[in-house]
Design a binder for this molecule. Sequence first.
Ligand SMILES: O=C(O)CCC(=O)C(=O)O
Ligand SMILES: [Fe+2]
Length: 343
Amino acid sequence: MVTSRFTRPKGSDGESSPNLYVANCGPAVGLSFDKIESVFSTFGNMRGVYPADESGTRVIVSYLEESSAQAALKALSGHPCKDLGGRVLHIRYSILRPASQVQVNDSVPVYLVASDLKIPGIYLVHDFITSKEEEKLLAAVDNRPWKRLAKRRVQHYGYEFLYETRNVDTKQYLGELPSFVLPILEKISSFPNFVAAGYDTLDQLTVNEYPHGAGLSPHIDTHSAFEGLIFSLSLAGPCIMEFRRYSQGTWLPPLTTSNDVTEEDNDHCSNFTRRIIFLPPRSMLLLSGEARYAWHHYIPHHKVDMVGDNIIRRNSRRVSFTFRKVRAGPCCCDYPQYCDSQR
Ligand SMILES: O=C(O)CCC(=O)C(=O)O
Ligand SMILES: [Fe+2]
């Protein structure tokens, strides 16, 4: 992912510079870098336009001359810009960070195929369902009540999932999974790597609805809560999912976050291996074995994702159906450092 060497100035004015930090502008609000460059280049010769961060709504406009930046700031900041869709741009001078402060984290490729991740136990099936089936599933959950969390909405079936303890309330059986997911369960039972041995039916479903750009904190689904296979169906919009293997065992954000990610909370522990996959709508992800027990999964809080050279804009929402089986006894997995049953 992109980490710019230019930052937002801390003070109210910022010192004059040939580089501008422009907010409310970028591919996530429908303005391509070419379009932005065509407008800003009327004020002088440009070095280029770059993403300021991963939001897709903030860019750095870099000129050869300071005077060009001054002219552009004066003309374009704070009022609607008719050549840029009437948007009101918020522009300040930008400063160049010393190279030593630039995070070198933009070299992780985003894979389309699970086997490229080289994480044992991850499988991704594209087009697991048809667009018609997707529409039906979305209509079905939109007819049911949502529970609002800080940054997304959820529905639970089978058993309630408690975000405070990251576990299920096994005493509160909510009944069988709803009939609208039966065709999905049917297909899952013929999943290429569905190992039936000792594994009955999936009995817990969490439906997550992420609004545009929302993500999910890095986490491992609690070992003691769920068995070893986790199926997650993506609907309505794409996202990327990052997998992290922390060298010091588990790392968890504070328990009150409902797994709602904040930009600050995800880099406290920098000692981890990262792999990233693109999840298109209608794809089914299976986490099993090492992938399920030892790797954190994480959906970054982005409005756009860079997939190779392509800028993929997140949709107005993404809805996922996560199917799991509630565990009856303690977990005896081979990864005790990540296992709440074995700590
Ligand atoms: O939205 C997703 O695909 C993943 C959801 C998830 O990880 C969870 O509910 O534990
Ligand atoms: Fe999860």
